[in-house]
Ligand binder design. Structure first.
Ligand code: V47
Length: 354
């Protein structure tokens, strides 16, 4: 084993300059170390859930250059669902077996703070047992501006309305210079962490993402992971780390060079090595592609997300995910790749081993 890998595995603290050297090792070496951690924690189990994404509106006051979902020149189809429509979607999904709704919206200032809270309240009223994973830290920041309420108040309102956990979106890349270039005006990195910290201190769980493969360098990914590791050491509130591979279509980010499969797998493996304090590494099939997320099961990933039913954010940018995945297909793909499909709930309790 290389000296740097041995040192990182032994030591609990590592600098970004040291950790970035992991990328210089062959994938076989980081992959093997990552897989050892994965196998010790989960054996050959791969987690997924039966879920439904709901995106209430695509009208956004923010302009993130990587985003193809929000309504703009390249996607001139603005929409805002009524609260009843959101509830209907959730009810239909529940009837078909969904255990989670994943509610994420663009930042539409026209509909008002109560609209967002009422979506959750009404879903909760109709479906007392569904898990509501709703609103990223970027939305919490937007709700705070919209309502003039502090983060604490917004998060308390969300919890009282019925939000069970928070998704990990809006993290993008925490490096401030890159962030200013790709999503200026959106929640700052410090505030993103502040919001998750308050949520964790309320006894709640959340996820954390990283958008990579655009204009960032390897060092920015490492810095991103180490910032996450630090908060996790403090709160233990993150359930899963989700590296999101940048999708290139219909947006305004002028990216010329795209990642290789090897670089994506290295990033997943390195995240498994550096983020040993986060239980789950999710190779989100939507952005990793289905094929590579199945391979990622051998490089540290133990979760590939869920059936989704309808996916709008990444499919707008080119991902082949608009209609989600059928449960049987997901189960068979995991089985055929030599792993054990395990349906989990949103907090990673096991529901069914296939
Ligand atoms: O924050 C937007 C990303 C995120 C693009 O917590 C893009 O379980 C790639 O956070 N290419 C929203 N990514 C999705 C998200 C998520 C998804 C699944 C599960 C969970 C979870 C969270 O999508 C945004 C942004 O980082 N995104 N545009 C794009 N062109």
């Amino acid at each position: 084993m290389s000296v740097i890998l041995e040192k990182i595995l032994e030591k609990n603290s590592v600098s970004a300059e040291e950790a970035v050297k992991l990328y210089d090792l062959p994938l076989s070496e980081t992959g093997k170390a990552a897989q050892k951690i994965r196998l010790e924690k989960f054996g050959k189990k791969t987690y997924f859930n039966i879920n439904r994404h709901i995106n209430p509106s695509n009208i956004c006051k923010d302009v993130c250059k990587f985003c193809a979902f929000s309504a703009h020149r390249k996607n001139p189809n603005p929409y805002t669902l009524s609260i009843d429509e959101c509830v209907e979607i959730a009810k239909n999904a529940y009837k078909k077996g969904a255990k989670e709704v994943h509610v994420v919206s663009a930042h539409n200032p026209e509909v008002g703070y109560e609209y967002y809270m009422n979506i959750v309240k009404e879903i909760r009223k109709e479906l007392p047992d569904i898990h509501i994973k709703a609103f990223t830290a970027a939305e919490v920041n937007f709700f705070s501006e919209l309502s003039d309420k502090k983060y604490e108040e917004v998060l308390t309102d969300m919890a009282s309305a019925g939000v069970d956990s928070m998704p990990g979106g809006g993290a993008e890349i925490f490096d401030e210079k890159i962030r200013a270039k790709i999503c200026k005006g959106k929640v700052s990195s410090d505030d993103w962490f502040k919001i998750h910290k308050i949520w964790h201190k309320m006894g709640k769980k959340s996820n954390v993402t990283m958008l990579f493969g655009h204009i960032e360098e390897r060092i920015h990914r490492i810095d991103h992971m180490l910032r996450i590791k630090k908060l996790q050491d403090e709160t233990g509130g993150f359930n899963a780390f989700i590296p999101l591979v940048y999708q290139r279509k219909n947006n305004y980010l002028n990216v010329k060079k795209f990642l290789t499969g090897v670089e994506i797998l290295k990033t997943i493996a390195i995240s498994r090595i550096l983020l040993q304090n986060i239980p789950n590494i999710k190779a989100y099939w939507v952005t990793t592609t289905l094929n590579l997320s199945l391979v990622a099961q051998e490089y540290g990933a133990n979760d590939i997300d869920g059936t989704i039913e309808k996916e709008s954010i990444n499919s707008a940018a080119g991902a082949e995910s608009s209609n989600g995945l059928k449960l049987n297909d997901l189960v068979n793909l995991i089985k055929d790749s030599g792993f054990i499909p395990v349906e989990r709930d949103s907090l990673y309790n096991e529901i069914k081993i296939y």
